[in-house]
Design a protein around this ligand. Structure first.
Ligand SMILES: Cc1cc2nc3c(=O)[nH]c(=O)nc-3n(C[C@H](O)[C@H](O)[C@H](O)COP(=O)(O)O)c2cc1C
Length: 501
């Protein structure tokens, strides 16, 4: 799958990040994602200092790959950040607050800082404060939602506003198509939350995971309903029994809602979790966990089952590769055409007899050396088209071997451009109909001249030839000689048959 600037910055193989999903993250999930080449994120906000140390040590024991930690900074969590940095964390993600002081502390410890923003203004402020990477979180996201603009609009707007700072897209992404779309919008990576809540390793309650598998996008609601423990903070979650009860009672404000203060579930130590709490149902809770907030983004529509995180990562990589392959098929086809040209040119240029370079069949016809020089010029022109310059210049014929080397070198430069992630300044069709088609015609002329000069090039069934995309130098496979009677193993194709009439 494609590498982006984010891969180098974070030391990961693929630009896929398991978003921080609160208490549902644990070392198993984080390590599984990081071991699969992405970036796992451990949320430490609602954990005690001892728990944080223990979780970090466990995560370090499960992976040697980079992973990050996340802190929600609406309250002072400086002590928690210090613990993470002391334990050796090198990637810090921040959400919901002023990041300045946390960024300074993290940078002093040599950590990279990612800040999640819901608007251009917030992203720009965070960059000014020193953030290295910005997460653009769209309104369709699950969990607490910072802004009101959709991912599709927010990502390119933030990317333009803070370039060259890298942007990660969040909200609404749950498959490879979404990842490819995020990159197309100008993001350098994708941040997936809801998809990873429905992973085997996530510490979310089974009932919560099951509901994610059943839910559609319309089953999520954006509200401030679950505010006990985190007030005035909009979030997106499933419309569960608590939500429906509140809605059917006329959606009253906080303080007048049905059954406020009622304990609906318990933590393992027996502590109650009340209705409207901002705590999600984790696997260690018991009671009516369905009544607790089940954070989910609209991306839940694309989540149909709980799977191991490594399998999710594999699927995401394969799916996004598939999208890129499709988008790249024209580029691949043009590269194949150039390799075909290199193969055919290789046959007419190799083993040319002495004096062939200046062989002339008439006053008005060009010599092979002149044709070869022109073929080299065609690919200098092709490269100039690829980079948007459109330059032509005529070169003088040179010695046969040098002319041949120059032609292949020019071919290699054009193919190298197509093989890179550099954009093409003109259409693929223009390069084909101009330099490529022209050079193929000239290869035919050279073949005819070799026949006239008494050293024919052997014909073959080119559809079976060993033509390999990217092999564009003089080192081409020898022809298969299928039309050569001496080496014939099967029936001769294209031979005129005698008729009986
Ligand atoms: C269950 C859940 C818990 C979340 N907890 C956090 C958190 O602790 N810190 C944070 O920065 N973002 C948190 N988020 C937001 C995610 O990091 C991310 O922005 C969001 O999930 C992206 O949208 P998606 O769910 O459509 O992938 C949470 C999201 C979910 C679904």
């Amino acid at each position: 799958m494609v590498r982006t600037v984010l891969c180098d910055l974070l030391g990961i193989d693929v630009p896929i990040i398991q978003a921080p999903i609160g208490s549902a993250t644990g070392p198993e999930l984080v390590a599984a994602v990081s071991n699969a080449g992405g970036l796992g994120m451990l949320s430490v906000t609602w954990r005690t200092p001892d728990e944080i140390r223990e979780l970090l040590r466990e995560t370090f024991s499960l992976t040697t790959r980079p992973f990050g930690i996340n802190l929600v900074i609406n309250n002072d969590v400086h002590d928690k950040l210090e613990i993470c940095l002391e334990e050796g964390v090198k990637i810090v993600s921040l959400f919901w607050g002023e990041p300045g002081r946390y960024i300074e502390t993290s940078h002093r410890a040599g950590a990279v800082v990612i800040h999640s923003a819901g608007s251009v203004a917030e992203a720009s402020e965070a960059v000014k404060a020193g953030a290295d990477i910005i997460v653009a979180q769209g309104w369709e996201a699950g969990g607490h939602v910072r802004g009101t603009v959709s991912t599709m609009v927010l990502v390119p707007t933030i990317a333009d506003a803070i370039a060259p700072t890298p942007v990660i897209a969040a909200g609404g992404i749950a498959d490879g198509r979404g990842i490819a779309a995020a990159l197309a919008l100008g993001a350098s990576g994708a941040w997936l939350g809801t998809r990873f809540v429905a992973s085997e390793e996530a510490r979310a309650h089974e009932i919560y995971k099951q509901r994610l598998g059943w839910a559609n996008a319309e089953d999520t609601a954006y509200s401030e309903l679950f505010d006990v423990g985190w007030e005035n903070a909009p979030h997106r979650a499933l419309r569960n029994s608590t939500y429906k009860m509140w809605e059917s009672s006329g959606s009253p404000p906080s303080g007048r809602r049905p059954n406020e203060g009622e304990a609906v579930a318990q933590r393992p130590d027996g502590t109650p979790v009340v209705r409207y709490s901002s705590s999600m149902p984790t696997d260690s809770m018991s009671g009516d966990v369905e009544a607790l907030v089940m954070y989910a983004g609209q991306s839940v529509e694309l989540v149909r089952e709980t799977r191991p995180a490594a399998a999710i990562m594999e699927q995401l990589k394969t799916e996004s590769e598939h999208v890129f392959d499709r988008a790249d098929s024209e580029r691949q086809f043009l590269r194949h055409a150039i390799s075909t040209l290199a193969y055919r040119a290789g046959k007419v240029l190799r083993d040319a007899p002495a004096g062939f370079a200046s062989f002339k069949i008439g006053e008005a016809s060009r010599t092979p050396a002149q044709i070869l020089a022109h073929m080299g010029d065609l690919f200098d022109w092709a490269l100039s088209m690829a980079i948007g310059e459109e330059k032509w210049s005529d070169s003088e014929p040179i010695a046969w071997d040098e002319g041949s080397a120059r032609f292949f070198e020019a071919l290699g430069k054009v193919d190298g451009h197509l093989a890179s992630s550099l954009p093409l300044a003109c259409s693929y069709g223009k390069i084909f109909q101009g330099p490529v088609a022209d050079a193929l015609t000239h290869v035919g002329q050279l073949a005819m001249l070799r026949r006239l000069a008494g050293t024919s090039v052997r014909g073959e069934n080119y559809s079976r030839a060993e033509i390999i995309v990217g092999r564009v130098g003089p080192e081409q496979s020898p022809g298969r000689r299928e039309f050569d009677r001496e080496n014939e193993t099967g029936p001769i194709i294209f031979e005129r048959k005698e008729t009986s009439e």
